[in-house]
Design a protein around this ligand. Structure first.
Ligand SMILES: *Cc1c(COP(=O)(O)O)cnc(C)c1O
Length: 360
């Protein structure tokens, strides 16, 4: 590359691979590969988007004050400690960019989100992968991997693609065990589906080195618009705000997110639908002899006998017009991650797998 060379780490990045979204020659495709909300965007958000579009000639506010106030209201948080980003991915990027660089280590776990090593390399830092134990994050293994160079520990809780969750006691034990110079990041993209778990919000409040990230992409049905937020100690949020572009979120994004938040009935309906269909899907899988852990998210990780069997089931689902996610890259060659759909969609998955089992 002539005399021009990229910053350290950038050429280590393997491009992110998203969920498949089409099957050649098929129109009735059911996409259950990216954990999207089966009910689509909330109607109130669609209205807000239309309204905000009329002001598209105006620059958006830079301080996100209205959205931060809504987040604070609805989730009982302190608006001063909230930072909004282009998806929670951007908030995670702020953390890596602001607090790590060449020579620093970012710990992530074996089955954690594939964005974490990408974000580490973007900052020039070194990602360090720590094993999980039976698909659950292993706190002792994380603590044993901490060195003088560790700056950040990134956890997905509940996990993706495992669907398992660490209780607050375990998160507290992890926070207690980390040196004060290490930031603990709790990526809570699916926490709304996990019952009454607070996602570590109390820990954030009590410590000066814990940050929680949340998203509008899953429960709030706005993955296509890219909105997320972080909640952390004010001192860290102030640092991150310096590297946030002033106009990172458009007026349309801000309005849609606020409207979605201000419609708690819609969110509650989505949570209830997910809980029903998740239990139904897990029950049907187990009846078919396909293993799965109890999920605390909006997907189920189906575990087949081996990689070959998972491959055959994957093909049978594709033949039925259903796209799910192979998770070989997440350490599960024998797994398929299936997003929980609505009643009809879940019925279609169960029927396709039942037919496949009969033909095996
Ligand atoms: C979906 C998901 C997110 C959300 O990312 P956005 O950038 O907010 O869309 C974050 N973390 C994990 C583990 C996810 O699965």
């Amino acid at each position: 590359m002539t005399q021009i060379s990229p910053q350290p780490g950038i050429m280590e990045i393997d491009l992110y691979v998203g969920g498949q979204s089409a099957i050649a020659g098929r129109k009735d495709v059911l996409k259950l590969s990216s954990n999207e909300n089966p009910l689509g965007p909330p109607p109130a958000a669609i209205e807000a988007i239309t309204e905000a579009a009329r002001a598209a000639h105006l620059y958006p506010p830079t301080d996100h004050a209205a959205l931060r106030a809504a987040i604070a209201d609805v989730h009982g948080l302190d608006a001063e400690r909230v930072i909004c980003g282009v998806g929670s991915d951007e908030v995670l990027q702020f953390i890596c960019q602001a607090f790590t660089g060449p020579g620093d280590e970012i710990i992530h776990t074996e089955h954690g989100f594939s964005m974490y090593p990408i974000l580490a390399h973007m900052a020039g830092a070194t990602p360090v992968k720590v094993a999980e134990r039976d698909r659950v994050v292993d706190i002792d293994a994380i603590l044993a991997a901490v060195t003088d160079r560790t700056r950040v520990v990134m956890l997905t809780n509940p996990g993706n693609p495992t669907g398992t969750i660490l209780p607050t006691e375990d998160l507290t034990r992890l926070a207690d065990g980390l040196p004060g110079h290490v930031i603990l990041v709790l990526d809570c993209a699916y926490i709304e589906y996990a019952g009454d778990h607070d996602g570590g919000e109390a820990l954030v409040r009590a410590r000066d080195n814990v940050i929680m990230t949340r998203t509008f992409s899953k429960l709030y049905g706005l993955g296509g618009l890219r909105i997320g937020f972080g909640y952390g100690p004010k001192a860290l949020i102030d640092v991150m705000t310096r590297i946030r572009q002033p106009f990172n979120l458009s007026g349309v994004q801000l309005a849609a997110a606020e409207a979605a938040l201000r419609d708690p009935d819609w969110a509650a309906r989505c949570v209830a639908l997910n809980a029903d269909q998740r239990a139904r899907l897990a029950g049907a899988l187990r009846q078919l002899g396909i293993a799965c852990d109890d999920s605390h998210t909006n997907f189920v990780l189906a575990r087949f006998a081996d990689e070959a069997e998972a491959g055959r089931a994957h093909q049978a689902l594709l033949d039925a017009g259903i796209i799910v996610r192979r998770v070989t890259g997440y350490g599960f060659p024998e797994g398929l991650r299936i997003t929980v759909g609505d009643e009809d969609q879940t019925g279609r998955v169960i029927a396709a797998l039942t037919d496949w089992r009969k033909g095996e």
